[in-house]
Design a protein around this ligand. Structure first.
Ligand code: SF4
Ligand code: SF4
Length: 246
């Protein structure tokens, strides 16, 4: 199990993953997880400057990275699924194409990436319903795999660590964030009004000439994201570094 775990982690990091971890997902519905006992969560970070520049409105740069990171994540999880298959096990990469074929939309796979990420101890669900990581706050894009390769799993997050913070609620232009602390039993609709959020995010994207549902305000104001931005303040090569990886 240790060898398999190390091999998969090395593979994911070699492909450019910024965060990767493994979770036991056997408590989730067997048909949703395709009878696979393990989930692999993978995250790529936005360059901190891209998020810092979302003072109020989303930016063209943010939209560009949103798409680029999604594309790179698809490549990483597809490559990892092939690697696991070559090792003699089964794996399903939850790419955007898999989501389109198996779920409601690109963001809502049957087992959301965020759920796998909490099971894998990558982060918790914030009051704004985004995954919050200690390393990069909510300044990440996520993907995931379902697999039966034996993996050494992390301790899951079963409750949020937002405590008394309400910055995403106070700064949401749609007033969509309800302000509830997440725990394992909390549904997305208890955290945010998804319709209000999507409507506002579409308007804000349109205001910068983009046909998409992007906003980014709750990412930018989160203190965990701000800590990441502060720690990278003097890293002038950060954007160049990410572009070179593509
Ligand atoms: S993405 Fe924008 S509209 Fe949606 S919850 Fe976050 S701040 Fe509010
Ligand atoms: S802004 Fe505060 S309440 Fe919202 S997700 Fe971040 S830590 Fe949690």
């Amino acid at each position: 199990m240790h060898n398999e775990s190390a091999a998969i982690k090395d593979f994911l990091f070699d492909l450019g993953a910024d965060l990767a971890s493994f979770g036991d997902i056997t408590e989730l519905p067997a048909d949703h997880r395709r009878n696979m006992p393990f989930g692999i969560a993978v995250a790529l970070k936005y360059p901190s400057k891209v998020i810092e520049d979302i003072v109020d409105m989303p930016t063209q740069e943010y939209f560009k990275y949103y798409n680029d990171l999604n594309e790179k994540l698809d490549f990483i999880v597809q490559s990892a699924a092939q690697k696991i298959s070559d090792m003699g096990y089964n794996a399903i990469a939850q790419t955007r194409e898999y989501a389109r074929e198996n779920a409601l939309d690109e963001e809502t796979v049957l087992i959301p990436h965020k759920t796998i990420a909490t099971r894998a101890g990558l982060g918790w669900i914030g009051k704004c319903a985004l995954l919050i990581t200690k390393e990069f706050g909510s300044s990440v894009r996520l993907s995931s795999l379902l697999t039966d390769i034996p993996l050494q799993t992390n301790q899951p997050y079963n409750e949020g660590k937002c405590f008394n913070c309400r910055l995403c609620q106070q700064n949401c232009p749609a007033e969509a964030v309800k302000g509830k602390n997440w725990d394992i039993k909390t549904s997305r609709s208890e955290l945010i009004d998804v319709n209000l959020c999507e409507k506002k995010a579409r308007q804000r994207a349109a205001a910068i000439g983009v046909d998409a549902v992007i906003c980014g305000r709750c990412i930018a104001v989160c203190p965990f994201t701000k800590r990441y931005i502060k720690e990278n303040k003097n890293n002038k090569n950060e954007i160049k570094g990410v572009e070179n990886e593509k």
